[in-house]
Design a protein around this ligand. Sequence first.
Ligand SMILES: NC(=O)C1=CN([C@@H]2O[C@H](COP(=O)(O)OP(=O)(O)OC[C@H]3O[C@@H](n4cnc5c(N)ncnc54)[C@H](OP(=O)(O)O)[C@@H]3O)[C@@H](O)[C@H]2O)C=CC1
Ligand SMILES: CCCCCCCCCCCCCCCC(=O)[C@@H](N)CO
Length: 312
Amino acid sequence: MWFSKTWNPDGLHIYITGGSTGLGLSLALILASQGAHVSIVGRNQARLNEALQAIEKCRKRPDQLFAVYSFDLSTYAGSADALGAVCKAHDDRSPDAIFNCAGSSKPMFLVNMTEHDMSAGMIQGYWVQAWTTMLAAKRMVREGAKGKIVLVSSTLGYMSFVGYASYSPAKHALRGLADTLQSEFMLYDGLDVHVFFPPTMFTPGYEEENKTKPKITRHIESTDGGLTADEAARALLEGIRRGHAHITGDIITSLFRASTRGVAPRHNVLLDIVYDFAAAIIAPIWRNGVDKRVRAHRGEHQQHLRDSGFFL
Ligand SMILES: NC(=O)C1=CN([C@@H]2O[C@H](COP(=O)(O)OP(=O)(O)OC[C@H]3O[C@@H](n4cnc5c(N)ncnc54)[C@H](OP(=O)(O)O)[C@@H]3O)[C@@H](O)[C@H]2O)C=CC1
Ligand SMILES: CCCCCCCCCCCCCCCC(=O)[C@@H](N)CO
């Protein structure tokens, strides 16, 4: 399955969760312009309608079907209803590819989180993609269909630092799910799983998470230059075209990919060995600087805890 080096979306039915903004919308626009039928799901109907208008402008042929559906994918039932609606418009057949882009994050200090913040991290990071993956796999296997399921993790699915206690565990969990399925789906012919690890992407979701993001977190992650949603979408599609199991679209995440590879297949063996070696040198130096910065932040953090009423 790693050796299929071409993928042409023309004429395929592609289901994009979280396709109304950010990465998912960029993917929808690119895939529509390449001749795919595109179905997207999100919660907010107004944003879905706007997305549909934008997708319509990318139409390549009159027979392409574009559809948007409002469902909350954080539950099994919502994900099942969404997938059912998406398939119904295509003779009840499963999509040829599913891009799980839905998700969100709320960076905060652990001790400032409520029970809801902590559990929402797992729901909006993991379950929002895992339920659709499970439901789609069942459908595809029952139909004997060939297809692709793509999960969207993050650089924070390979490593983490202060501020991401509710989010990074969920993105690590997606990697575990993808690695498992990359093995398990060897049982079926033509069912592929890919997992994407984007760095910072300048999207509406990024604007939203910056509202709660601690200053120290923002500072540490500024090492990463970031990508536009369009650049990230193109990197993801290139990874799929190359048949990569773990897809990275920037050098920093490629260093982490190579150095935390486990038994995931390498991309270019020689280059990945170079990345692994480079990470062995750079990672501890970077880490040392970050640890110093976090320790130097202790005084300001205590003040923040007092100001936020934590001790009351
Ligand atoms: N931006 C970044 O810096 C990074 C983001 N990521 C990940 O990439 C993915 C895309 O991020 P990005 O494009 O920034 O996000 P955006 O917030 O811009 O878009 C998220 C999309 O998902 C939808 N969505 C969110 N929650 C649900 C839900 N419970 N049910 C249905 N739809 C939902 C949103 O629509 P609506 O709100 O209307 O439901 C929207 O369409 C996410 O998984 C994110 O965690 C990874 C690394 C970096
Ligand atoms: C091998 C050594 C390399 C050293 C450099 C390390 C730099 C780390 C940058 C981390 C960037 C985190 C991006 C978060 C994206 C994300 O998922 C959030 N925006 C939440 O949505």
